[in-house]
Design a protein around this ligand. Sequence first.
Ligand code: UD1
Length: 418
Amino acid sequence: MEKLAIRGGHALCGETVISGAKNATLPILAGALLSDGKVRIANVPHLRDVTTMVQLLGRMGVDVLVHDSMEVEVDASTISDFSAPYDLVKTMRASILVLGPLLARFGAADVSLPGGCAIGARPVDLHVKGLRALGADIEIKDGYIRARAEKLKGAHVFFDAVSVTGTENILMAAVLAEGETVLENAAREPEVIDLANFLISMGAQITGAGSNRIIVQGVGSLSGTSYRVLPDRIEAGTFLVAAAITGGKVRLRKVVPLHLEAIIQKLRQAGAGIEAGDDWVELDMRGRKLQAVDITTDPYPGFPTDMQAQFVALNSVAAGTGAVTETIFENRFMHVPELQRMGADIGLQGHTAIVRGVKQLRAAPVMATDLRASAGLVLAALVADGETVVDRIYHIDRGYECIEEKLRNIGADIRRLA
Ligand code: UD1
């Protein structure tokens, strides 16, 4: 199993280009199933989750071509199987995103239930309820969601809780349903807007994406398109924290600063100097003192849960005490015991981590437990005294493109151990 060896103590300085967003690429690849024509997607990040989605489409008989430049071409006309098997779904929960498109276009989908997940129960009831509202006949049997529909019909869909992939699944089903669908209490994440823009580029009629009320007028079919995925705000946020925690200065290119507002605000509060332009952002921490900050995760435009572990790491070495409250997932503090092994002073009180900054973290062997927890461990290792070895980094490869290369380019002492 591959590991990362990181020797802390280097201030990160330089420039990094941010990759395309994982959480936009996955629904867009699934959304390509809706098209009658060829779909070409650019700025696709080279990640394990993307490979899993490509594999999933390939198993269905869909023609997927991945170019060297990481442009991906999808032609769903060759599809022969409408199922997502357990062996793929269990490695990536977002496989559930094929449910809506398969049902809307082909009238049938058999998708394995995702099962247990390191960061909590993560049910899919909202997806099922939404599709039933559109007239789907859904049975949950033998660990599979078995969905059938002659023709989906537009409906009023109210989400009891804000769900990102839930919103995306129902949106993709609604674009080919008959008549109007209104999604209430929809997720407002930039990745939902990106998916909507992709669908619109194929001829879908959607208004209101980015608000909590999305209105869709169903159309008979969708055409091919060329589309460029938006930048990854979580990768960007992680690199900003890397610069802040090491006392460095890093400029990120190809980002949308607006999508980073909640993160930038907290980093300024933590003492960082930040400037931003149209598509770049620069953080300067040189000669400044890191202050602990309080964080509460929330759906967008609130502070993203996917940046929570990184800020627990940041608070671990900041002056003062920061309270980090997780409101989205019930078990997303798996990084805490690992950080404690590195000398962090963190107490857990229910959904809140009380982080008291210490002068110095110490290197220790640690284990990645999920994608964003592992990012928190890598950040802590960048400032720890000695060489930290992070085990099970396949988690980090799910969501960060060439992490060690990108960090090394801005001055980190990091290498991959086979
Ligand atoms: C997406 C992101 C993930 C991010 C999360 C929250 C992708 C591929 N993944 O995950 O990186 O951490 O949003 O921003 O975009 N819930 C239910 N029933 C459902 C669905 C969700 O109760 O049917 C609950 C979940 O357990 C959780 C909350 O709703 O407590 C939010 O989850 P959701 O927004 O659905 O997360 P994902 O879409 O899986």
